[in-house]
Design a protein around this ligand. Structure first.
Ligand code: SIN
Length: 287
């Protein structure tokens, strides 16, 4: 099959409501022709979460696919695969009792000055039950707010930090259960970055940019005011109206837009192995 034939077979099947879409008909182990890549990027912007079933990829192929979307992001606090500094293994062994990695609503590395635009997760071993990932649509959540509320939050900035999970006193450092992933807790995680609470996407749509794992406070608010506003927003963003539950299958590659989607790894597969390989694509400073 030539590359042109592959392009003609690309089929995009969006979820009802448009958040998330399944893409079939491509072979991601080979470079995508420019037009196909442009269609994939457009679908990414339009739908926020894309999944490609049945894509058995080597490490080299996963890296090459990632680089077609942009340079690698910076992935601190988790030891990568040996000799693969840009691939993290998100793994939970059958006997593990530690909470699933990513088991709280978050947007990847939102505490960075330039958080990754995309995260790519490639399913290597999928448990027979559980292990779904939930995705929340922060554009739909923003658009569902009243115009007066949107106007009120428009100028606000929020403080992000990795301290809660990855700081020296963070949840990973205090964890007693053994974990198969090597977490690198560090004082660096105490650093803070301020980002706009509402960010503008490339297509002009606006998204809430905050999450309960990394967003600590609303800049300039008293602690109780900040806690009240953030608690309202987190509850609102994770309302079932805005959430898509993603079920994995072996070989599936899923990529999500961290500028628009928050996500949450669920458990429910104790006694079973789950292995995913993860890369990120560098992003811009949120505006
Ligand atoms: C993550 O937050 O990167 C992990 C998501 C998952 O394992 O489902």
């Amino acid at each position: 099959m030539s590359l042109a034939d592959v392009d003609q077979t690309l089929h995009i099947a969006p979820n009802p409501g448009g958040f998330g879409a399944e893409l079939t008909g491509l072979d991601l182990s080979r470079p995508l022709p420019p037009e196909t890549l442009a269609r994939v990027k457009a679908a990414f912007l339009a739908h926020g979460v894309l999944w490609f079933p049945d894509q058995p990829l080597t490490h080299d192929q996963l890296e090459a696919f990632t680089l077609q979307l942009g340079p690698f992001g910076w992935d601190p606090y988790v030891a990568p695969l040996a000799d693969r500094p840009h691939i993290l293994e998100v793994r939970r062994d059958p006997g593990e009792t530690a909470a699933p990695f990513g088991g709280g609503w978050h947007s990847d590395w939102s505490f960075q000055e330039t958080p990754p635009s995309a995260t790519i997760l490639h399913a290597k071993v999928v448990p027979p039950t559980g292990g779904d990932t939930l995705y929340g649509d922060a554009v739909a959540a923003y658009e569902a707010l009243s115009p007066a509320f949107r106007e009120m939050i428009a100028p606000l900035k929020v403080v992000h930090s990795a301290a809660r999970p990855y700081g020296p006193q963070g949840s990973f450092a205090r964890e007693e259960a053994t974990r198969s992933m090597k977490i690198l807790s560090s004082p660096e995680a105490e650093k803070r970055f301020t980002h706009p609470l509402v960010r503008t996407l490339l297509d002009g749509r606006k998204a809430l940019f905050c999450n309960p794992v990394y967003t600590l406070a609303v800049e300039g608010f008293a602690p109780d005011e900040s806690a009240a506003l953030l608690s309202f927003l987190f509850k609102h963003m994770t309302d079932e109206r805005f959430v898509y539950r993603h079920r994995w299958s072996e070989g599936m590659l899923t990529m999500w837009d961290n500028r628009r989607a928050i996500h949450h790894a669920t458990g429910g597969y104790d006694g079973h192995l789950r292995v995913m390989h993860r890369t990120t694509v560098a992003g811009d400073r949120p505006v």
